[in-house]
Design a binder for this molecule. Structure first.
Ligand SMILES: Cc1cc2nc3c(=O)[nH]c(=O)nc-3n(C[C@H](O)[C@H](O)[C@H](O)COP(=O)(O)O)c2cc1C
Length: 198
């Protein structure tokens, strides 16, 4: 099967670096015949922070429901993840259930790994399956100075590039396995509590 992935871009910060790693990940997934991919860039989704619902929430829930799995691209803010990303996860409930998620993080020397470790706890609460392999892009700010259009995550010639590339390959292998297995399982046997829309 071809797994349909939603790639969620978690930073909405003005002047954000997110487009650089997000573009790298998107290009890799869209060149992979195992997947189709759509981008859900949270900067484009005015999801109400009071969780009051509405047309935008409904449309977002539909996009999540249509996906077989997720890639979350997130920076690290104060050893956590962005508030907009938590709001997006909290906005929907059942459409996340029994679907795999892989993480690509970026930040300073830690590469955003603390944000990812926290996210693993959060996604478990909405019954997602977090894949073991993640991708951590270290020191993104130093790589992508002004005028460096494609730097960060696979920046040509950067010493971390090979490891980042290998880690993304491994993450996509695991995501493909889980997406294939869980899609079939959800079809054959509805996941407990998943029948209601939201
Ligand atoms: C409010 C804030 C807090 C941050 N805290 C951390 C941190 O705890 N660890 C880290 O590695 N980088 C931290 N950074 C650096 C960001 O990871 C880095 O600026 C990254 O580019 C932010 O992603 P964005 O540009 O897509 O918003 C922080 C940045 C901001 C704006």
């Amino acid at each position: 099967m071809t797994a349909h992935l939603a790639m969620i871009v978690g930073s909405v910060r003005r002047g954000r670096k997110a487009p650089s790693p997000a573009r790298w990940v998107y290009e890799r997934i869209s060149a992979d015949p195992r997947f189709t991919v759509e981008v859900l860039d949270l900067v484009d989704w005015a999801l109400p922070a009071d969780l009051s619902g509405g047309a935008t929430t409904d449309a977002f829930a539909d996009r999540i429901a249509a996906a077989d799995g997720f890639v979350i691209v997130t920076p690290e803010y104060n050893h956590g993840y962005p508030a907009a990303l938590k709001n997006a996860i909290d906005t929907v409930k059942r459409p996340w259930y029994a679907k795999p998620v892989g993480f690509v993080s970026y930040g300073g020397w830690g590469g955003g790994i603390r944000a990812v470790e926290q996210l693993r706890q959060v996604v478990a609460e909405v019954h997602m399956v977090d894949v073991r392999q993640s991708v951590a892009i270290r020191d993104l700010g130093a790589r992508s100075g002004a005028g460096a259009p494609e730097a960060g995550g696979g920046a040509p010639g950067h010493p971390d590039e090979a490891a980042e590339s290998d880690h993304l390959d491994a993450m996509l292998d695991q995501l493909d396995w889980w997406a294939t297995v869980l899609s079939a399982a959800r079809r054959d046997l509805p996941y407990p509590g998943s029948r209601r829309r939201r």
